[in-house]
Design a protein around this ligand. Structure first.
Ligand code: NCD
Length: 307
């Protein structure tokens, strides 16, 4: 059965746990997986800039013994001639066994999944969602904090356009005993549809603030984000908001000793490089965990497609 992952809620909580268990097993026994995707091809279709997500998918497929077909530059692809996402998905299905796609338009991955004949993984659709970043984030939290129960999670920065935040809130809200602190300027607040679907409807406690300093001592997890320049309609607003929050050692001094600091990367100014030396900084580990979770997801979807 062919299955795609467009939104994090396409995976049940039990499936998320199983993916994390597979990733842990890959970390412990990488050689056992080195031939798992021999003869299979992953196509990475990236219509938007990316370094880590695309290379993470590609590294994941290589480490499973598979091959990669890569489209990195939309300007040199048929999209520049006006081909639709639906047609591109049909065409690439003839070449590859699985597709990872990033696109600037919300909903593009769903259109691809509805037209492809192989599984499609959404690697980010506009300001909507980014489920495989969430897989990386979940494994990071589980490994570093031992689980999800009882955590106070601070999300800071561009909560409006930050697709990683939307998917993470959606996933974590399914764990029940969790609370959120939403830290953003007024203009970059979490969209009300995310608040409605993931928080209000489930009775998950949350509060909103503009001041990071004030809430630092309460947090178990701090998820920093970049202000998403490419989604702004005007440069002036971006320039005014881009440095709203800068995490530095002075702010870290007020935090819990076992806080973890996360960031999907790329970082611009929102975390000072001095914080990198703090043992609570987890964002580079997060990158590594992302590769293992993508390996686990590719294995699962190709396994299901074959059965
Ligand atoms: C994020 C994205 O593309 O949404 N990056 C990533 O995939 N690691 C975050 C960002 O670009 O700020």
């Amino acid at each position: 059965m062919r299955r795609s992952v467009i939104d994090i809620s396409d995976l049940s909580p039990a499936e998320l746990e199983a993916l994390m268990d597979t990733a842990e097993d890959i970390i412990a026994h990488p050689a056992a997986y080195a031939e798992s995707c021999r003869g299979k091809k992953l196509a990475t279709l990236f219509f938007e800039p990316s370094t880590r997500t695309r290379m993470s998918f590609e590294a994941a497929m290589y480490e499973l013994g598979g091959n990669v077909l890569s489209m990195t530059d939309a300007a040199s692809s048929s999209a520049a001639k006006g081909e639709s996402v639906a047609d591109t998905a049909r065409v690439i299905s003839c070449y590859a066994d699985i597709i990872a796609m990033r696109h600037p338009k919300e909903g593009a991955a769903l259109v691809a999944a509805n037209n492809a004949t192989v599984p499609v993984i959404n690697a980010g659709d506009g300001g909507h969602c980014h489920p495989t970043q969430t897989l990386a984030d979940l494994l990071t939290i589980r490994r570093e904090k031992g689980g999800f129960s009882g955590l106070t999670v601070g999300l800071c920065g561009d909560l409006k356009f930050g697709r990683t935040v939307h998917s993470l809130v959606n996933a974590l809200s399914r764990y029940g005993d969790i609370r959120f602190v939403l830290i953003s300027p007024e203009e970059l607040k979490l969209p009300s549809y995310v608040k409605e679907d993931a928080l209000k409807s489930k009775g998950i406690p949350y509060r909103q603030t503009e001041r990071l300093e004030e809430v630092m001592p309460d947090l178990d997890v701090l998820y920093m984000t970049r202000v998403q320049k490419e989604r702004f309609f005007n440069e002036e607003d971006y320039l005014r908001l881009k440095d709203s929050y800068i995490l530095d050692p002075a702010k870290m001094a007020a935090a819990k000793e076992d806080l973890i600091v996360m960031h999907p990367l790329p970082r611009v100014n929102e975390i000072s490089v001095a914080v990198d030396r703090d043992p609570r900084a987890c964002y580079f580990k997060q990158v590594l965990y992302g590769k293992y979770m993508r390996m686990a997801l590719i294995l699962k979807l190709l396994g299901e497609a074959a059965s």
